[in-house]
Design a protein. Structure first.
Length: 117
């Protein structure tokens, strides 16, 4: 099993910054791509950013230039630095990790980010 624990969410004013952290534990040796998703009330869960084990990152168009995903491979920890936050970034943010041997996605519990004045 793999456990993913997120932290770092909260309330921030528009234009502000937050950093989310996702710490993985358990059977982490074969975790490949890790990602952040988000789900706003009444909407589907959307992909925000991904990062491979080699450090290649990709972003949704809506967050390009504002969000940065990074990964500390030694600790299997992934971060999401969010700058220039907008009210439309308000959502529950989920960490995701893909186990390449089990071919299984693992999810964190979700972390609320609220952007409001």
């Amino acid at each position: 099993q793999v456990q993913l624990v997120e932290s770092g969410g909260g309330l921030v004013q528009p234009g502000g910054s937050l950093r989310l952290t996702c710490a993985a534990s358990g059977d982490i040796f074969n975790i490949g791509v890790m990602a952040w998703y988000r789900q706003a009330p009444g909407k589907e869960r959307d992909l925000v950013a991904t990062i491979t084990s080699g450090g290649t990152a990709n972003y949704a168009d809506s967050v390009k230039g504002r969000f940065t995903i990074s990964r500390d491979r030694a600790k299997i920890t992934v971060y999401l630095q969010m700058n220039s936050l907008k009210p439309e970034d308000t959502a529950l943010y989920y960490c995701n990790g893909y186990h390449v041997i089990r071919r299984t996605h693992y999810w964190g519990q979700g972390n609320q980010v609220t952007v409001s004045s």
